[in-house]
Design a protein around this ligand. Structure first.
Ligand code: NAD
Ligand SMILES: O=P(O)(O)OC[C@H]1O[C@H](O[C@H]2[C@H](O)[C@@H](O)[C@@H](O)O[C@@H]2CO)[C@H](O)[C@@H](O)[C@@H]1O
Ligand code: MN
Length: 442
């Protein structure tokens, strides 16, 4: 069987060890020749890369792990790029969260003004990596987690419409893992789902078992009382902020009991409540720095100092890592697995903008995703999505045209922002904070 070469772009990411471990563990279905780590920040990538080299040497000596900041070295002779860039690192994420909060507006990584600011930074980084891949390995596929996925997908679709990039999100699969636990199933793969929306802005309309039996009534009964607060072992969600998010799904569900909501809808539907409960001096960035980032780098340093990975391991088995490996397998071996991906609407939701990037079930094979028709959607969801997709499109317009006006309109249009006046104040502070990360706006 062919052995694959995979580049992990954003090699210094806190998610890199999990993805590498998942790749190594799945070689019976996806054999590896080499994993290359690429990052534009050598000192962030180095400890992760060196620790994973030791881990691989001790456990999978047949696979090579290399790392570099040189694009030619990193992108030549590869089959897949698995990308997870954070342009501006946690320092800028913290500003994305804290600046809007000063004005009592949602401060979040991918939603509202924080997501808009992050989008304005991410577009260039993602396009840069995509161009490297196409220059050095034109046949390769880029599987892209880099956030904010909705804005990044809109930008890549407009700027590189023919590129082999698939934008993805792990939130639906993480929630489906909870659904499976609630239903007493061993795996989310025992369910067939129908789901539609924008990234971090969608709804499940049907969940059945493989025999076609409706599982929604049992799920709804649970969610009406507890939201998504099921006792699972998902490491990421032990943080109090994630527990709060999962509980809040109960209130989001109450607004439309016909469907089950994505957790991120809380930022658009209960924005006042979210802001009221936020600690403006200690946001999610600070929590991540004190937990995931600290743990991952501490373990990397321990492995390097011990020159052994026998007794030290990273958290494994996350839906984040398994989803991207499943996607690579589906493309490599034409498995036709059904997966939720972000793709051009193009009639999939028949009463919605055909040019919008939507998140829907797709069958995935060697030519990429084939989306399944979702039909018409109700007025409530359609109205919300039209407003939100306009925000995302205006951000990409603003980035492409260097337009202050369009970005001000985008912020004003966001359901999280109360007025054009507040939008302008937040925008002016974000421009100052983002400096050269953003194009100059006129
Ligand atoms: N789509 C999803 O559902 C999903 C899920 C989880 C994480 N993410 C995203 O994954 C990314 C990584 O998250 P993290 O918390 O591990 O962040 P992180 O800061 O630990 O890692 C990001 C890495 O990207 C590197 N980087 C930044 N710009 C780059 C560029 N232009 N070229 C190469 N490397 C670059 C940084 O140096 C850093 O090492 C974020 O965008 C996050 O939002 C997405
Ligand atoms: O606040 P963070 O950095 O911990 O997470 C933000 C990301 O949250 C979602 O991804 C979760 C996922 O739901 C969970 O199962 C696990 O894999 O961890 C991920 C990170 O916590 C979301 O889908 C991403 O877009 C966010 O970046
Ligand atoms: Mn996501």
């Amino acid at each position: 069987m062919k052995k694959f070469v995979v580049t992990v772009a954003g090699g210094g990411s806190t998610y890199t060890p999990g993805i590498i471990q998942m790749l190594l563990e799945n070689q019976d279905r996806f054999p590896l020749e080499e994993i290359k780590l690429y990052d534009n920040l050598a000192q962030r990538q180095e400890p992760i890369a060196q620790a994973m080299q030791i881990y691989c040497r001790d456990n999978y000596p047949e696979v090579k792990i290399s790392y570099s900041t040189d694009p030619a070295e990193s992108f030549t002779g590869i089959d897949f790029v698995m990308a997870q860039l954070r342009v501006g690192l946690y320092d800028m994420r913290e500003k994305d969260e804290k600046i809007p909060l000063k004005y009592d507006v949602v401060g979040q990584e991918t939603c509202g003004p924080g997501g808009i600011a992050y989008g304005m930074r991410s577009i260039a980084g993602v396009i840069e990596v995509l161009d490297y891949m196409e220059k050095y390995s034109p046949e390769a596929w880029m599987l892209n987690y880099s956030n904010p996925a909705a804005i990044v997908a809109e930008a890549t679709q407009r700027l590189r419409p023919n590129s082999k990039i698939i934008n993805i999100c792990d939130m639906p699969v993480a929630i489906e893992t909870i659904f499976a636990a609630i239903l007493g199933l061993k795996s989310r793969k025992e369910m067939n789902v129908r789901y539609y929306g924008l990234n971090h802005f969608g709804w499940w309309t049907s969940i059945t078992d493989k025999a076609g039996n409706d599982l929604m009534p049992k799920l709804k009964e649970f969610v009406a009382v507890k939201g998504y607060a099921a006792e699972t072992e998902d490491y990421q969600h032990r943080a109090q902020s994630w527990k709060d998010t999962y509980l809040k799904a109960k209130d989001t569900f109450a607004l439309d009991p016909e469907t089950l909501p994505n957790t991120y809808l809380k930022y658009y539907l209960y924005q006042d409540d979210i802001v009221a409960h936020e600690n403006k001096d200690f946001t999610r960035t600070n929590e991540v720095q004190a937990t995931r980032e600290k743990d991952v780098f501490a373990k990397a340093h321990q492995i390097i100092e011990a020159d052994s990975a026998h007794d030290i391991s990273f958290a494994t088995g996350s839906p984040h890592a398994s989803f991207i490996v499943d996607l690579a397998c589906a493309i490599a071996f034409n498995t036709q697995e059904r997966m939720l991906l972000i793709v051009p609407n193009n009639g999939i939701i028949s009463n919605f903008d055909p040019t919008a990037m939507v998140e829907v079930p797709c069958l995935v094979g060697k030519n990429g995703p084939e989306p399944l028709a979702m039909g018409t959607i109700p007025t409530f969801q359609k109205g919300l999505m039209e407003q939100q997709v306009a925000v995302e499109k205006l951000v990409v317009d603003a980035w492409m045209e260097g337009s202050y006006q369009k970005l001000w309109q985008a912020l004003t249009m966001s359901k999280t922002v109360p007025s054009a006046g507040v939008a302008k104040k937040i925008l002016d502070e974000l421009i100052e904070a983002n400096g050269d990360f953003w194009p100059v706006l006129k």
